[in-house]
Design a protein around this ligand. Structure first.
Ligand code: ADP
Ligand code: MG
Length: 154
């Protein structure tokens, strides 16, 4: 299943993230790809709002990963920046205070490093200088209905 969406403004990106976040559950893994400034963290801010987790969501460049606990009794958000990782991401090695099966894991710069985290994952690539185009590819059956629900109206 594949979905392409366009985001003109920062708000568009965050709105989409909010809709996506509201559909996620524990164990879900998202792999975000795109150049510096593409909007990966902006999207993650929206996802965090949709999930109802404690912010703020900032670029975790110096810490590799942050855990944002739920404020609504739902899954926590594990926000990872794999930019500095030289080899495949092993979240167990990070000693996070989180149950990963019960958390939503979003990995920026995760392509080539985070795929082995889960056989079921959403791969999202953002491109474009002004208007952002995002390509979403769901790996695993789980994502079909989620991507269906995110098809823009009209
Ligand atoms: P990344 O995490 O991919 O490096 P950020 O989300 O940190 O990118 O930064 C994206 C920057 O681009 C922000 O300053 C944001 O306000 C700006 N921006 C402008 N238009 C958009 C858009 N449509 N979507 C996302 N960010 C946008
Ligand atoms: Mg970022």
């Amino acid at each position: 299943m594949l979905l392409e969406v366009r985001w003109v403004t920062t708000d568009d990106t965050q709105d989409f993230g909010r809709s996506l976040g509201a559909l996620l559950r524990g164990g879900d893994v998202l792999v975000l790809t795109g150049d510096l400034g593409a909007g990966k963290t902006t999207l993650t801010q929206g996802i965090a709002e949709g999930l109802g987790v404690r912010g703020p969501i900032t670029s975790p460049t110096f810490v590799i990963a942050r855990v944002h606990p739920s404020l609504v009794g739902g899954p926590a958000l594990v926000h990872v920046d794999a930019y500095r990782l030289g080899s495949a991401l092993e979240l167990d090695d990070l000693d996070l205070d989180a149950d990963l099966d019960a958390s939503v894991t979003v990995v920026e710069w995760g392509a080539g490093l985070a795929e082995q985290l889960s056989e079921s994952r959403l791969e999202l690539t953002i491109s474009g200088d002004h208007v952002r185009t995002a390509h979403l590819v769901g790996v695993g059956e789980r994502w079909d209905e989620i991507l269906d629900a995110l098809v823009p109206a009209g």
